[in-house]
Design a protein around this ligand. Sequence first.
Ligand code: GLV
Ligand code: MN
Ligand code: MN
Ligand code: MN
Length: 415
Amino acid sequence: MSRPFTQPTVVADRLDAGLRALAGLVEPGRPGWTRTALGEVDRDARELVRRWMADAGMETRVDGAGNVVGRLRGTGSGRTIMLGSHTDTVVGGGRFDGTVGVVGALEVVRALRESGRRLEHDLVVVDFFDEEPNEFGLSCVGSRAMVGELTREHLEMHDEEGRTLADALARVGVDPGAALTARADLSDVDVFVELHIEQGPYLEQQGASIGLVESITGISRFRALFSGRADHAGTTPMDVRRDAGCAAAGTVLAVERIAGEGALTKGTSGAVTFTPAAVNVVTATAEFRGEFRGPEAEWLRHAQDRLTAAAQEEGERRQVGVDVEWLPLQEPAPMAPGVLGTLTGVVDALGLSASRLFSGAEHDAAVLARSVPTGMLFVPSRDGRSHCPEEWTDLDDIAAGVTALLHSVLALDEG
Ligand code: GLV
Ligand code: MN
Ligand code: MN
Ligand code: MN
């Protein structure tokens, strides 16, 4: 006879305490709530998450790629339900991006254990390493490694000084060789579900408390290098200059122009550097990183061609050498219809107001979706703000999202 159990219930105060504890672990002297994956503090945060998992009765391990993995044993179907998100942040980021999904998944475990309810499935929670693009331009490092998509080329990605991603990983205790072979056997995983803040204004506009994600954006990222010539700013006539900075600036504007043509398409430039960084020297070399996003891979490929052509034209006009390096395109990721159907039914049954939506933000769920049936739940972001210190989601909304996650797990366990 199975033990009696009470209805598992999400405790908002525990969510709040977890989010506050993580918000206390930030890089000194940096803006907002900065906890970058290749910095030291992120390591402390992931160790804290591992301890929380252990305290919640999970078997824990850190895989070769730095992912923190906790497993709550089920009653023995041999199958697994996986939840998770990330705890690293962008520079100057907020307190909720990623952390809500990790703290929320842990709360699901705590609520289940407290109630005495045992799942048939094992429940695995993952805090994925380095979801945000690191300074080498690579995002979702941990989830890529887990599905076997981290490559030697990724590890050789380098910054201007020639430092490689492999070196940076080693510095934070992630052995690059182990990361390359960290692919997990996911054949027992029936489903992956990630809870996340929306990071945009749609749910607030709709007055909905839950977002049911239909698909996640495709992304195409590049690094553009411009090689001109340093010259005196006061004596070199405008028409003979080989100003790499102006060619880069023209290309930044081309990103904006191309992306502005579609309703859901986006284009952004960042990490711009001009060398030498002097006001009285014509810029000799310039570099920046950029990206396009959109729901269709075909548009992304078209945008790549047009941007490369625009950069070349900017260079030719000024006798500036141009090199645009594209990273492999990340295809748009539709969520599994069966999982979306289950999540929709659960949210309806809970009486929560929900809207279906497209995610313009990148997520580990997009990577996992290529290997296992995947679904995503969103909670609203105040004023749609994210990747900034003003990022905010009310605790009530977070608790509602975690309740939806908990009941999704219960439904998936029975399904
Ligand atoms: C992840 O936060 C992204 O860049 O969308
Ligand atoms: Mn983010
Ligand atoms: Mn995120
Ligand atoms: Mn199953």
